[in-house]
Design a protein around this ligand. Structure first.
Ligand code: SAM
Ligand code: SF4
Length: 452
C-alpha cells in the first residue's frame, strides 16, 4: 500500500488543536529536519488560534531558510496541448468540454513559446499537457528535445499523464529533469466521482506512477493534491505519506510538493468552487508540508493571488511559477487563450521577482542541481543537512545578475542592484566569495550560464 488512508483518517479523528506545550514539542521535533509523524502533522492542521498559527508559520519559515536560504525558485508552465481523453470534472480540458477550441503546438510553435519565455528571463519550464494517444510519449519527448536543442531554456520539467516504466525511461533519456503528476485526491470514492471516464479513472495506476518513475531512473519527482476536491487535511497528510513512501522505498523524498487549489475553469462541471479551501487552510498546508518534508520544494502557482503568494514566501514556500498562461500558445500570442483554468496572479516575471525581493526573499533562476547531479537521494541528503546553502546562494545571485544584464529591470534597477549586493554580502566563505566575484565579472563581460 502506498498511502495508508486508514491511518490518516484515524490521525485526523484523534487530532485536536495542540496546547502551547504540545505545539512547542512538535515544532522542536521539526527542528531535527527529519520531518514529522502524520499524527503530529494532523495536530498542526487543527490550529485555529492566531498566535499559534503565527508560531507555526514562523517555524516553517525558519526551516525553509535553513534549507533553502531566502531563495524562491521561479519557473513558468508551458502548455503543449489541450487535447484530452479524460473527463476530470474540474478541468477545462476535459473531453466533454465541446466549447474549448483544441490545439496542440507544432514544433515551430513550441520553439516560439519557449523563446518567448526565455526572452522574459525564464531558464526553467514545466511542460504540461492533456492525455491523448495522438499526442502521447513521442510528442512529449520530441517537445523536450526541441526545447533543449533549439532554445536557451536550461531545464525542462514535465507534468504529463502516468505511463509505464519503459516510457518513463525514454522520457528520462530525453533530458526531462523532474517528472510531476498530482494524485488530485487520495480519497478513493472522491477520486472515482471526479474522474468518471478515461484512463485517469485508474487510481492505482496513477498513485503508483512515482514508484515507476524512480524505478525508471528519474531522481526527482513532483507530487501534489488538487486542494478543494476532498477534505484538504486528508489530502495534505496523504501527500506527506506518499513522499514518505518514496523515501522509505527509494531513498528520496518528493523533490517538489505542489499546492494547486481548485480554480474556476470554463467547461468545468464543478461550478461552486468545490470544497472551498480557505487562504488560512492553504497557509497551514504549506507550512505543514515544509515541516513534514523539509527537503521538498513547496511550489505555489499563479492560481493564488499576489498577497497570498507574498505571505507564503514567509510560511515555507520555496518555488513559484510566474507570468503563467494555462493554454497552448499563451506566451507567443499567436493563438487565442485556450486555458485550462484561470489564474489569479497575472503579474510579469519582473514584477514577481521585485515583490519576492520586497518580501526579503532572493529570486533564483538557478538550474544547476539537475545539471551537476545534485538530485534525488543526494539532494535529499544535502538539503536535509543544510549543505546546499553556500552553492545555492552563490548560484542564485549569479542568475539574478545574469537576469538583470539581459532584462534590465527598468524603473526597478536599484531594487535588483541592492538585492544582488545583499546576497553577495551574505556569502561568508572567502573562497566561495572569490569564485562568485570572478563569475560576476565574467557575466559583465558577456559570458553566460555560470555556476558553482
Ligand atoms: N493532464 C495531466 C494530468 O491530469 O495529470 C497533466 C496536466 S494537468 C493539465 C495539470 C494539473 O492541473 C492537474 O493535475 C490538476 O491538478 C490541475 N488542474 C486541473 N483543473 C484545475 C482547476 N480547475 N483548477 C486548478 N488546477 C487544476
Ligand atoms: Fe485532462 Fe489533465 Fe485536465 Fe484531467 S486534469 S481533463 S487529464 S488535462
Amino acid at each position: 500500500m502506498i498511502v495508508d488512508t486508514d491511518r490518516i483518517e484515524a490521525a485526523l479523528k484523534e487530532a485536536k488543536e495542540p496546547s502551547e506545550k504540545a505545539l512547542s514539542a512538535i515544532l522542536k521535533e521539526a527542528e531535527g529536519l527529519k520531518g514529522l509523524s502524520l499524527e503530529d502533522a494532523a495536530w498542526l492542521l487543527k490550529i485555529e488560534n492566531p498566535a499559534k498559527l503565527k508560531t507555526l508559520y514562523d517555524r516553517a519559515d525558519e526551516i525553509k531558510q535553513r534549507i533553502f536560504g531566502r531563495r524562491i525558485v521561479l519557473f513558468a508552465p508551458l502548455y503543449l496541448s489541450n487535447y484530452c481523453k479524460n473527463a476530470c470534472l474540474y478541468c477545462g480540458f476535459r473531453s466533454a468540454n465541446k466549447d474549448l477550441p483544441r490545439k496542440a503546438l507544432d514544433s515551430g510553435e513550441l520553439i516560439n513559446e519557449a523563446r518567448a519565455l526565455e526572452k522574459m528571463g525564464f531558464k526553467r519550464v514545466l511542460l504540461v499537457t492533456g492525455e491523448d494517444p495522438l499526442r502521447g510519449l513521442d510528442y512529449i519527448i520530441n517537445s523536450v528535445k526541441t526545447i533543449y536543442g533549439q532554445t536557451g531554456i536550461r531545464i525542462v520539467h514535465v507534468n504529463a499523464p502516468p505511463m509505464g516504466v519503459e516510457g518513463l525511461k525514454e522520457l528520462k533519456r530525453s533530458g526531462a529533469a523532474v517528472y510531476q503528476v498530482f494524485q488530485e485526491t487520495y480519497h478513493r470514492p472522491t477520486y472515482a466521482l471526479v474522474h468518471p471516464a478515461g484512463p485517469k479513472k485508474d487510481y492505482d495506476y496513477r498513485i503508483s506512477v512515482m514508484d515507476r518513475a524512480l524505478e525508471a531512473g528519474f531522481k526527482d519527482v513532483g507530487i501534489g493534491s488538487l486542494l478543494g476536491l476532498y477534505d484538504s487535511r486528508f489530502d495534505c497528510l496523504s501527500t506527506i505519506a506518499h513522499s514518505r513512501h518514496l523515501f522509505e522505498n527509494f531513498g528520496t523524498h518528493a523533490h517538489t510538493i505542489s499546492v494547486p487549489r481548485l480554480r474556476p475553469a470554463h467547461g468545468s462541471a464543478i461550478k461552486d468552487g468545490g470544497l472551498a479551501v480557505s487562504d488560512e487552510e492553504l497557509k497551514k498546508i504549506v507550512s505543514v508540508y515544509r515541516l513534514s518534508v523539509p527537503s521538498a520544494g513547496v511550489v505555489v502557482s499563479t492560481r493564488e493571488p499576489e498577497p497570498l503568494r507574498n505571505f507564503l514566501v514567509h510560511a515555507g514556500a520555496s518555488q513559484m511559477s510566474a507570468s503563467s498562461r494555462t493554454g497552448p500558445g499563451g506566451y507567443a500570442g499567436a493563438t487565442p487563450a485556450l486555458e485550462q483554468f484561470s489564474t489569479s496572479d497575472r503579474r510579469s516575471l519582473v514584477e514577481v521577482m521585485a515583490s519576492v525581493i520586497a518580501e526579503g526573499g532572493l529570486p533564483s533562476l538557478c538550474t544547476t542541481c539537475y545539471r551537476i547531479g545534485r538530485v534525488g537521494e543526494n539532494f535529499t541528503k544535502i538539503t536535509s543537512s543544510g549543505g546546499m546553502e553556500k552553492f545555492c546562494q552563490a548560484n542564485a545571485v549569479l542568475t539574478l545578475k545574469e537576469y538583470t544584464l539581459d532584462n534590465p529591470p527598468n524603473g526597478r534597477a536599484d531594487i535588483f542592484t541592492r538585492a544582488i549586493e545583499k546576497a553577495l554580502a551574505e556569502i561568508k566563505d572567502p573562497a566561495m566569495k572569490k569564485e562568485v566575484d570572478r563569475r560576476m565579472e565574467e557575466l559583465e563581460r558577456g559570458k553566460r550560464d555560470l555556476y558553482l
